[in-house]
Write a protein that binds this ligand. Sequence first.
Ligand SMILES: Cc1cc2nc3c(=O)[nH]c(=O)nc-3n(C[C@H](O)[C@H](O)[C@H](O)COP(=O)(O)O)c2cc1C
Ligand SMILES: CCCCCCC(=O)C(=O)O
Length: 359
Amino acid sequence: MDPVNVREFEALARERLDPVHYDYFAGAAQDEITVRANESAFVRLALVPRVLRGAAAPALDVTLLGADASMPIVLSPTAFHRLAHPDAERATARAAAAAGTIMIAAMLSTVAIEDIAAEAGKVAADPTLWFQLYVQPDLGFTEAIVRRAEAAGCRALVVTVDSPALGRHERNDRNAFHDLPAGMRCENLRELRGGEPGSVRQVVLSPEISWRHLDRLREITPLPIVLKGALHPLDARLAVERGIDALLVSNHGGRQLDTMPATIDQLPFVAEAVEGRVPLLLDGGVRRGTDVVKALALGARAVAVGRPVLWGLAADGEAGVTRVLEMLRAETAHTLTLCGCDGPSAVTRDLVREVRCCH
Ligand SMILES: Cc1cc2nc3c(=O)[nH]c(=O)nc-3n(C[C@H](O)[C@H](O)[C@H](O)COP(=O)(O)O)c2cc1C
Ligand SMILES: CCCCCCC(=O)C(=O)O
């Protein structure tokens, strides 16, 4: 049966994936409290629509750091797409470009950033790619990978800062899944020194990464910098003071520190801290158009989706990712119409209210 929503795509992906790889994608840190919270927090928020506004049919397009996106939904960076489908990030890039939205390509992709960009360029004249970076203590490598992203045409750097160490995933421990299968590698890591070229084991997630490294990135690249994973309002304020261009409010899909708050619960605190000085994006648990509109109401300019894209990819390659993105687009348009809004910018805080019990 054809999936009719993102959750049904997950069920189909689960049937098609090696169970060890399904666990890697679906799993999260320790008791997996945060990953569940991301979704359930949306359930605790109710939409209170406006009526009789005579609103036009909604236009979904938004501008993010100077780039136009056809909807307020972009692709979160996720590693290792080849575990989901042999076409890997190539398929994802084509689907995102055809949908007219932004793909944040992961540093730990199984296709090189140059090839991802070439693939996106086959289906859209002016696709937008952003590049996600784990700053490496090997600053020579960090600078080289930034140069590669620039040369490939990436238009922003998304620096993940929630990973001073790798989250403990007990599913991966149980499955003894700690490396990519033979023949698969991280194609952007060829120049990282030490160990086998392209091996994920070369990546260093270091607690020594600090604001100094962000300042250094600012010096070496003209690309806008998006900070991914700063949830504390004081860090959000520091980011603005240090010239960061946007924040992606994220708890890494619950995969790093377990028991972090759901991102949709934390968004209002971050929004209050930045006072509209930089655009906010949010990821974590977005599975429905209603979730998208709730995030817009609480201060996000756009949302990003991680696992939904992987479910589409695993279920049916490029066509599956396309279907997932189009489902979310249609649901968002429908929700906006039902709320009396003619587009993302018409969504206001008063459309959302917290409810005590689950629906
Ligand atoms: C399988 C998987 C791999 C991920 N890999 C990365 C990564 O390499 N870099 C990164 O910054 N975030 C990574 N993330 C986190 C996502 O960017 C995103 O924050 C998260 O998936 C959003 O939650 P959602 O899956 O509920 O949409 C990964 C998430 C998943 C599920
Ligand atoms: C040692 C690097 C592993 C990073 C895994 C990618 C990621 O961010 C995630 O799975 O989440």
